[in-house]
Design a protein around this ligand. Structure first.
Ligand code: FES
Length: 193
């Protein structure tokens, strides 16, 4: 059965930089003016500081591409919360990347219902087709892959999430057409091949 998507696939983010490593005292990381405006709107919308965390992290991930240590400190400072609290939230939600990712981050569910329906074979077929291992990015920057836990679509296993979109019934024999379809939707029919 065809995969189900919830919207057009585009670039996952427009990162202004790819920060890594510890915070730099010489050139501290900062949000762009556009992101700053967005963060101000979040403050207006959510008077409760705790409710601002998830939307602020979304802005940060879109801004910087992933949630590095430096980004964690920036967000924690901005929200006046302990970095440890932010760490627990970021590590709980797989939608937040604690590593650099490609424009299309392909996350394969490896929990039991998907495993019983062949997600291991799906994973191997994707890794083999892209020529990368988990946590790696294709040379063109288009794809990254990782394994994740249950994506709450168990009745349509194996399930693969690409950025924020779920793709259902992605069996190993569908992987080639699945990846081709992703490339075509990004207008990059040859990338990552
Ligand atoms: S086990 Fe894969 S979606 Fe639930």
């Amino acid at each position: 059965m065809d995969s189900v998507t919830t919207g057009p696939l585009g670039p996952k983010h427009k990162a202004t930089s790819r920060p890594s490593g510890p915070p730099s005292p010489e050139k501290p990381l900062a949000f762009s003016n556009a992101a700053d405006d967005e963060l101000r709107r979040i403050v207006e919308k959510y008077p409760d500081a705790g409710m601002r965390l998830l939307p602020t992290l979304h802005v940060a991930q879109r801004e910087f591409g992933w949630i590095s240590e430096e980004v964690k400190h920036l967000v924690a400072h901005r929200l006046a919360i302990p970095v440890a609290h932010l760490e627990s939230v970021v590590s709980f939600y797989t939608m937040f990347h604690q590593r650099p990712v490609g424009r299309l981050d392909v996350q394969v569910c490896m929990s039991l219902p998907c495993a019983l329906r062949g997600s291991g074979e799906t994973w191997a077929a994707i890794a083999n087709a892209l020529g990368i291992a988990g946590g790696e990015i294709t040379a063109d920057g288009l794809f990254s892959i990782c394994k994740v836990e249950c994506l709450a679509q168990c009745d349509r296993a194996p399930v693969v999430q690409v950025n924020d979109e779920d793709h259902l019934d992605v069996s190993a024999d569908r992987v080639k057409s699945f990846l081709d379809s992703l490339r075509n939707q990004t207008g990059d029919g040859k990338a990552g091949a």
